[in-house]
Design a protein around this ligand. Structure first.
Ligand SMILES: Cc1cc2nc3c(=O)[nH]c(=O)nc-3n(C[C@H](O)[C@H](O)[C@H](O)COP(=O)(O)OP(=O)(O)OC[C@H]3O[C@@H](n4cnc5c(N)ncnc54)[C@H](O)[C@@H]3O)c2cc1C
Length: 509
């Protein structure tokens, strides 16, 4: 029989070990932590804990094992559209690492990496690099600037620039496992005081364990190495607009060779009209309480004209020593897109003063700015669900997905909001389902919309790259029995009492 959790005894033990300030049970604070944007009820935790060190986290995990109390770790807690700060289920105590564990413990200018604690936000890292006059540049997201570099990378988040796949650039971790053991991966595991290889190579002795701690619940990560690039002296943004929804097939096929030949080193984004417009405008029919029909094609076209964007807008950047140094490549990129006969080029000078292009300009320049956050106000009620299926860089396949998902969004009375972040082989498809969370009917439709869109992808063998907490079991249930069994076996080995975030990504539910 599983032992019953004893929250009261657990919190008393944590208070005795770490002091009163490390434990918060204030009802208003817990309500704020439990609030999120998904179409399920808020989930206030019974308490929130604020550790100050890896040793504190170790103490918390050991006491949680003793008292059989489940924990839910957050770093920046800015996972908006994916669960925000709220735990997986009732009864899980939130461990908020970001408040005190927020140090940049090293920046290595020469080798191009930083060692960071969970609370280092995109904003804080940017400011630290500026303060030091660093030659390094990070890859921020276009999302919340207060998001954590570590939390974002662990959830396989993505950003701009050549280092946009954030987990690819994590090297070497420190983790408190669910059983309370503290481990360091890679050459950080050597029993010495110096670990010069820890954050510079993944090709070390033994299995590469870092990946185990992404989108899982096997431990609490307390430190990582994160690679950064040398800031280029010149950054030349480029934009192209395409007029029609169906142009996406051609766009994807145009982007693929530019990425495959590394003509453009940054990720290249193809973003649809409402994705860009929703951070500048509110839905024209903001009335609450009744059915709010999605925008008509004419309304969309009028807004596109007002803001000078296309049905799709392509964005990317060229990095080089000077404007002259990138000029030939820019000409090549322009010729490549304009040959289609449908594209319109928007130069860096033309884009610079326009608010709608700032998210792309800032993120490709290593600056967190959060301009996209306004999209949460597109409809009242702040409802947002991210659906993030990736797909091979096949124009026909990705266009098929957009056509089907557009019909599904309309079927549920919502707008189709999507952006594809493209590499040479693979595009992350970022879909935002924006809805009125104060309206029960619209909330129910948003939920059905997510499930139906996700099914379109899953039925073609295309899975989500990241999932909102409310849908993690729904997705895990579509995976093979054997992989689920393997995930659960690892859970059993590293966290035998199922202490860390039970149910996260469908593991240990
Ligand atoms: C308008 C908008 C735009 C967005 N744009 C982007 C974007 O461009 N790219 C992108 O990637 N995301 C984007 N997001 C999604 C999200 O807001 C970001 O990914 C954000 O960085 C996640 O929050 P965080 O970094 O504070 O991580 P957290 O909220 O701290 O953590 C994320 C997840 O990882 C787990 N976790 C956190 N820390 C630990 C730890 N130390 N040990 C073990 N597990 C841990 C948590 O349980 C949580 O589920 C966007 C969101 C919005 C609303």
């Amino acid at each position: 029989m599983t032992a019953q959790p004893s929250i009261v005894a657990f919190l008393a033990a944590v208070t005795a070990a770490l002091g009163k300030a490390a434990v918060d049970t204030d009802a208003a604070e817990l309500a704020a932590i439990g609030r999120h944007t998904l179409p399920v009820a808020d989930l206030p935790p019974p308490a929130v804990l604020y550790p100050s060190s890896t040793a504190d986290v170790e103490t918390i995990v050991k006491l949680a094992n003793e008292h059989h109390v489940p924990l839910f770790p957050i770093s920046g807690g800015q996972n908006i559209g994916m669960g925000s700060k709220a735990p997986m289920a009732e009864g899980q105590v939130v461990v908020a690492l970001g408040r005190h564990m927020n140090k940049v413990t090293e920046i290595n200018e020469e080798l191009g990496y930083a060692e960071i604690e969970p609370g280092v936000s995109f904003n804080a890292m940017y400011e630290e690099l500026e303060r030091r006059g660093s030659s390094l540049m990070m890859s921020p997201t276009a999302g919340p600037p207060d998001g954590s570099l570590l939390g974002n990378a662990l959830d396989k988040g993505g950003g701009a620039g050549p280092l946009g796949s954030h987990f690819d650039n994590v090297c070497g971790m420190e983790i408190v496992l669910g059983n309370g053991d503290v481990i360091r991966t890679g050459d950080g595991a050597l029993d010495t005081n110096d670990h010069p290889n820890w954050h510079v190579t993944k090709y070390t002795f033994g299995p590469a364990l870092d990946g185990l701690f992404t989108q899982s619940n096997y431990g609490i990560v307390t430190r990582i190495g994160m690679w950064m690039m040398q800031r280029p002296p010149h950054i030349e943004m480029f934009f192209f607009t395409f007029p029609d929804d169906e142009d996406l097939a051609e766009i994807i096929n145009l982007i693929r060779p530019l990425k495959a030949a590394n003509v453009v080193s940054t990720m290249i984004r193809a973003t649809n009209d409402i994705y860009l417009l929703s951070s500048q405008e509110q839905h024209p029919r903001q009335e609450t309480g009744g059915f709010r029909a999605p925008l008509t094609d004419d309304e969309r076209a009028a807004l596109r004209t007002k803001h000078g964007v296309g049905s799709w807008t392509v964005s990317g950047a060229l990095y080089g020593a000077s404007a002259e140094a990138v000029a030939l490549t820019l000409e090549r990129v322009k010729k490549h897109f304009l040959a289609s006969g449908k594209a319109r080029y928007i130069s860096a000078e033309e884009a610079q003063p326009r608010a709608i292009f700032q998210a792309a300009i800032n993120s490709n320049s290593g600056r967190p700015a959060g301009g996209e956050l306004n999209m949460l106000n597109w409809r009242p009620g702040l409802g947002a669900i991210w659906m993030t299926p990736g797909a091979p860089m096949s124009g026909a396949m990705i266009n098929d997905f957009q056509r089907n998902c557009r019909v599904i969004a309309a079927e549920f009375g919502l707008e189709y909001v999507a952006s594809f972040v493209c590499g040479a082989r693979f595009a992350r498809g970022i879909h935002a389902i924006l809805y009125d969370r104060n309206n029960a009917d619209e909330t129910a439709r948003a939920d059905l919309c997510y499930r139906k869109m996700a099914a379109v992808f899953m039925d073609k063998g295309v899975f989500v790259g990241r999932s909102p907490t409310a849908y993690q079991s729904f997705h895990q249930d579509r995976r093979s029995r054997e992989i689920v069994k393997a995930c659960d076996a690892i859970k059993q080995a590293l966290d035998p009492n199922n202490i860390i975030a039970p149910g996260r990504y469908g593991i240990g539910a």
